[in-house]
Every structure is written in structure tokens, then in C-alpha cells.
Design a binder for this molecule. Structure first.
Ligand SMILES: [Zn+2]
Length: 168
């Protein structure tokens, strides 16, 4: 993923992690896949991104082992969609942390512009990236929903590495 100089051999694990997770488009691609929106055209439409940018990020996330390609039948034609691997699913707390930090510190330009991290088990928003602040349960993709009013009136259950969870 040659988006910048290669940091994969840096001596600090934070820098090595940012080599993959420090790119905004890559994080937003992961957001779409967690939302169950793993098909190229649907991602492109939601992200309002150029084909070349999306293609490059998807290839990079597959190469880095966070996403995998999976065949699906599109009216008799076989096409590829993108699903999370366990390594990709493990990035969930990073996405949650960015979101929670932004909700705390950055003003939303409209009521539709919030994204809340919800523990599905108790239905409450959490202000911690990996633990429900209401009941203390550890958050996983399987028990987490994201609530974006620009997408749905209801929180959307996240996709997991096994491909269960949200419908697209
Ligand atoms: Zn809870």
C-alpha cells in the first residue's frame, strides 16, 4: 500500500500500525465493510470516492490481511465483495475510538452527522472504544451497533469476520 513511505519496519508499533490504519480512506472503507456495505459500487456511492482511490485502498487492505474477497452472485454473474478477516475485525476499537473522540471534541455540522457506538446488549451508547461504559461488557463486532441517522433511524449491527451481522 504505497500511499507514503513504507513504515512497516519502523521500530515503534504505533508507527507500524499507522502504516495501515493511518489512512483516512482505508478507515472509511473498513467503516463501510463493518456496516455490511462491502460491494464496490455501494462503497463507491457512499464514500463519493474515485474508482482509482477505492481500488487502491481495497487492494491495500486485502494485501495487509484486513479484508478478504468473497464471490457473490449478481444476477447470474459472479462478482467479488469484501468481507472482514479476523485481523480486520480486530481494528474495530480503533474505528470506535476515532468516532468517540470526534463526538466528544469535534462539532457535528448537522443532527444527521453523528455516529454513536452502541452496545447492542443493553442498547446504550458507549464512550469507551472497547468496553460498554454502562454494563462493562467487552465490545466485539458481534455485540456492537453503530447509529448513524444519515443511514437509518435504528442502530445497524456490525458485520463480523464470519460474515454475519448487518445486512447490506
Ligand atoms: Zn452494555
Amino acid at each position: 500500500m504505497p500511499l507514503r513511505s513504507n513504515w512497516s519496519q519502523r521500530s515503534c508499533s504505533m508507527a507500524r500500525g499507522l502504516d495501515i490504519l493511518g489512512d483516512p480512506w482505508s478507515i472509511l472503507v473498513l467503516r463501510e465493510v463493518f456496516f455490511g456495505n462491502g460491494r464496490f459500487d455501494a462503497m463507491k456511492s457512499r464514500l463519493e470516492v474515485a474508482d482509482s482511490v477505492l481500488t487502491k485502498r481495497l487492494a491495500g487492505l486485502v494485501e495487509s490481511g484486513l479484508l478478504a474477497r468473497k464471490a457473490y452472485d449478481d444476477g447470474g454473474r459472479t462478482r467479488q465483495e469484501y468481507v472482514l478477516t479476523p485481523k480486520g475485525e480486530d481494528a474495530l476499537p480503533v474505528l470506535n475510538a476515532v468516532t468517540i473522540w470526534a463526538e466528544k471534541h469535534l462539532p457535528a455540522p448537522s443532527d444527521q452527522a453523528h455516529l454513536y457506538v452502541i452496545h447492542t446488549g443493553c442498547g446504550e451508547p458507549t464512550t469507551s472504544a472497547d468496553t460498554c461504559t454502562r454494563c462493562g461488557e467487552k465490545l466485539t463486532a458481534a455485540n456492537t451497533s453503530w447509529h448513524s441517522r444519515s443511514r437509518s433511524d435504528q442502530p445497524i449491527r456490525l458485520s463480523t469476520a464470519s460474515g454475519t451481522g448487518a445486512a447490506s
